[in-house]
Design a protein around this ligand. Structure first.
Ligand code: FDA
Length: 403
């Protein structure tokens, strides 16, 4: 039996980073992953360039049953700390949009850096290697049955991530282990994921597949009061029509907040005073409504919208003010109820996970002494834009300091 101070299960973002820091603090670390390839999610992230953090990360961009849980870890390992690490490795990067930092060359730079950090800490890496069983022994140590034989360690860190993209190695190992040790779970569900609609409801919009436009989008209860709506998080990003529904950054963002049965509300013409502009057009133009509308929103959208309503297929000069105001109102507050999401196959992350009530926000240690959970397996989920990696680094760092 081989003995280690700590075994970390999952060599993704959080596991690799935690292993490197713990190793460099002098601990004898074993890092185990069942996948052939290391850190596959880092490799495919950010279109291959890894949006590795967000300059403006703060607890406000994270979802959790306890929104305060992430505070301590995020404040002790900041985006600037990770930027400093990249600079030590001379990794070039750039800011793309709203504080999002990407590698200039490739996500491979981040993976190589994390592996080099593990090497600097003398970390033992077993990959591919499956962990069959984890038990707490009477002597206070953990015993893990692995493909490469049994190992023993005083502490175990679970960094097996969420459920998204099962084909590159995502499993529910972390959740099962949490349950085995009596820890609570917040029901996991796919997030940062395209939304889908009933075939019939979607038929008029299916022709718009491929169209992208800037929108405002939010979600909430169908009967939300104006006060509740004021509190809803509104995203100002691009929306993308697909054959089955809606995607693009705006929709991925709102999908993390969406609950089954709730509508999403989309303003398809933000910053445009549609009611007034349509009434002005009526006063001066004999063109079809679709043609006038096409000067205010993308023409494909204008055509699809107007073709769904026979009352709008006429010259704008013939339309009633009420009809034009109704058209403007529907475009500015398009409400539609998704029938679901594209699921874990397409989701970037998982909302929910190990319940933070059973974890220390200072150390990530669970109520089961010596058992820690870091990264996406925990019920902390970031918005789109580099926040999920920042949580992986920050939770890993907090844990490594405590091991
Ligand atoms: P991660 O998933 O990285 O690692 C978990 C590891 O555990 C994997 O290596 C897996 O093989 C291993 N594992 C699982 N089960 C196991 C078992 N039973 N035994 C052993 N090992 C096991 N975020 C962001 O901030 N910026 C971005 O640009 C993107 N882009 C992006 C694109 C796409 C397509 C996806 C799917 C996701 C993103 N994300 C992202 C999210 C980000 O990738 C994610 O939040 C982090 O990788 C989470 O890090 P973890 O280390 O917690 O899990």
């Amino acid at each position: 039996m081989q003995n280690f101070d700590v075994v970390i299960v999952g060599a993704g973002a959080a596991g690799l980073f935690c292993a490197g820091v713990a190793g460099q603090l002098g601990l004898k670390v074993l890092l185990v992953d069942h996948s052939e390839k290391i850190a596959e999610k880092i490799r495919i992230s950010g279109g291959g360039r890894c949006n590795f953090t967000n300059r403006d990360a703060s607890p406000a961009q994270f979802l959790s049953e306890n929104p305060h849980f992430c505070r301590s870890a995020l404040s002790r390992y900041t985006p600037q700390d990770f930027i400093d690490l990249l600079r030590r490795y001379n990794i070039p990067f750039h800011e793309k949009h709203k504080g999002q930092l990407f590698c200039d060359r490739s996500a491979e730079d981040i993976i190589n850096m994390l592996v080099a950090e593990c090497d600097a800490g003398g970390v033992t890496r077993w990959q591919p290697c499956s962990v069959k069983d984890v038990t707490a022994e009477a002597d206070g140590n953990y015993r893990l049955q692995t493909d490469r034989g049994p190992v023993s360690a005083g502490q175990v860190v679970i960094a097996t991530g969420g459920l998204s993209i099962p084909k590159i190695g995502a499993t529910d190992f972390g959740y099962r282990l949490a349950r085995q040790f009596g820890l609570r779970l917040v029901e996991p569900r796919p997030a940062l994921v395209p939304l889908t609609f009933d075939g019939e409801d979607w038929a008029p919009f299916a022709q718009l597949a491929g169209l992208a436009l800037p929108v405002l989008v939010e979600t909430g209860a169908a009967d939300a009061t104006p006060k509740q709506r004021k509190k809803a998080t509104v995203f100002s990003e691009d929306l993308l029509f697909t054959h089955r529904g809606l995607s693009g950054p705006a929709v991925l963002q709102v999908s993390s907040f969406w609950q089954e049965g709730q509508p999403v509300r989309v303003n398809l013409a933000p910053g445009t005073d549609l009611p007034n502009l349509l009434l002005q057009a009526k006063a001066r133009s004999k063109k079809l409504i679709a043609n006038e509308l096409a000067s205010l929103v993308p023409s494909r959208l204008a055509d699809a919208w107007v073709s769904a309503d026979p009352a709008l297929q006429r010259p704008i000069s013939d339309a009633t003010d009420k009809a034009l105001q109704g058209l403007a109102q529907r475009l500015a507050d398009w409400q539609l109820v998704p029938n679901g999401t594209e699921g874990y196959k397409k989701a970037e992350v998982t909302v929910g996970g190990v319940d933070t009530r059973d974890l220390s926000s200072q150390t990530m240690e669970s109520k089961q002494p010596g058992l820690y959970f870091i990264g996406e397996v925990v019920d902390v989920t970031g918005w789109l834009g580099g926040y999920n990696f920042q949580w992986a680094w920050a939770s890993a760092y907090a844990c490594a300091q405590a091991l």
